[in-house]
Write a protein of this length. Structure first.
Ligand code: UD1
Ligand code: CA
Length: 411
């Protein structure tokens, strides 16, 4: 097997997004777009990932600082096109004799399986360059794959450079490429900015490679929904919907019931156990863990850092943030539990909340096992409630008065 590296293009200004944030940091179901592309590369085994950054480079590097041991950051000082961006890796890769995967940071929907197909085809056909293509109902905006009468690929023409006949072609380039590295860098030197935008197009490198007599193949291996590239906020929302569908499908395959997928939003980082039921209008955001046999919602909001045990019931308008709930907890109506550690079988009455923020700092509330918290209680953090405590309806509990409420006397 050939040695393989990846180049990810992530330097663009993304004017169509109308944003200050680098495009690849915009989130799809809770994770920056670039994270998905990195995952896809890693899943097929690459030695190193060269990420080309430019606009907002520092922000991108900082965001991935903790997971960058296999990343080499490459600066593209001025955004002169996708071929130019790849060319910026020359000083690192000029002598590399293996295969180079080239992907875009704004294509988060790429699947490992597609990359696997791309690699297998490339190796089986001994081709110099292989790309995966998709056939779309509406190909507007994408580079079109131009083939001859025998179906051999001739080149890629960008939407803005297409003739009307070329524009009618529905086979498009999602920008999933695998190259023989030496062929790639040889071809890049011959790419010229002869196009409407005056940029150096990576897509033109393929025509250069074909003209030099090397084998280039285009495999139609990309599902339409996987081809979506994010150039605008509208496409960001389309990509998010598709990703949400994937996340939910996977959870359902793992035994989670999602009553109304259309009206449920689950973060890509969430983990949910078997036989848990997610009722409509549940929003799960961030790293959230939910155990088995739970019933969540309707209308529950579970935020970052929340971990829920088994057999927990959370009902309408329950909001959790950075909260850990042991097995058997019930919080059926209108509760806010923030920065809380709730013991086993605790009942949280309707409208009871933790007051976790004192205006300056966020404080923790610990509720021992088997506590009973009546309706409308306010638990003022920092607070530790002993196991078995009984908090009456409407009580405002602070650590000072906690000694008067315990398992025996109640309050
Ligand atoms: C590109 C392809 C097009 C394809 C589409 C798929 C080219 C010329 N066109 O078009 O055929 O259908 O992707 O989504 O390659 N970038 C840089 N530096 C630059 C320019 C771009 O790093 O100088 C990065 C961008 O940040 C982006 C990626 O390259 O992540 C693609 O650039 P973009 O401008 O979005 O290209 P498209 O017009 O979408
Ligand atoms: Ca794009």
């Amino acid at each position: 097997m050939a040695e393989r590296v990846a180049i990810l293009l992530a330097a663009g200004v993304s004017s169509r997004m109308n944003t200050h944030l680098p495009k690849v940091l915009h989130e799809v179901t809770g994770r920056p777009m670039l994270a998905y592309v990195l995952d896809a590369c890693r899943s097929v085994g690459v030695e190193k990932i060269y990420v080309v950054v430019g606009f907002g480079a520092d922000q991108v590097k900082e965001r991935f600082a903790e997971e960058s041991s296999d990343i080499v950051w490459v600066q593209q000082p001025k955004q002169m096109g996708t071929a130019h961006a790849v060319m910026c890796c020359q000083e690192h890769l000029a002598g590399f004799a293996g295969e180079t995967l080239v992907l875009c940071g704004d294509g988060p929907l790429i699947r490992a399986k597609t990359l696997q197909t791309l690699i297998e085809k490339h190796e089986a056909e001994h081709s110099a360059a292989t790309l995966a293509t998709a056939v779309l109902e509406d190909p507007t905006g994408y580079g079109r794959i131009i083939r001859d009468a025998y179906g051999n690929m001739q080149g890629i023409i960008e939407d803005s450079d297409c003739t009307p006949a070329q524009r009618a072609v529905r086979e498009v380039n999602p920008s999933y490429y695998l190259f023989n590295n030496q062929v790639l860098f040889g071809a890049l030197e011959r790419v010229k900015p002869d196009n409407v935008k005056g940029e150096y197009y990576l897509t033109d490198a393929l025509a250069v490679i074909i003209a030099s007599g090397c084998k280039v193949i285009a495999v139609t291996a990309v599902r339409p929904e996987e081809a979506v590239g994010v150039n605008s906020r509208a496409q960001l929302s389309v990509a998010s919907k598709i990703m949400q569908h994937r996340i939910q499908q996977e959870l359902m395959e793992h035994g989670v019931t999602i009553v109304d997928p259309e009206n449920t939003w689950i973060d890509a980082r969430a983990k949910i156990g078997q036989d848990t039921v997610i009722e409509p209008f549940v929003y799960i955001h961030g790293e959230v863990k939910i155990g088995r046999d739970c019933r969540i919602g309707p209308f529950a909001f579970l935020r970052h850092g929340t971990a829920i045990g088994d057999d927990v019931v959370l009902g309408v308008f329950t909001e959790l943030k950075n909260a850990s709930l042991a097995d058997g907890v019930r919080a059926r109506h209108h509760s806010y539990l923030g920065d809380a550690v709730i013991g086993r079988n605790v009942n949280v009455g309707a409208g009871s909340i933790t007051a976790n923020f004192d205006g300056q700092s966020v404080n923790q509330t610990k509720v021992g096992d088997d506590c009973y918290i009546g309706s409308g209680a306010v638990l003022i953090a920092p607070l530790v409630l002993p196991a078995g405590a009984n908090v009456g309806a409407g009580t405002v509990v602070s650590q000072q008065n906690v000694s008067s409420i315990n398992g025996k006397s109640g309050s």
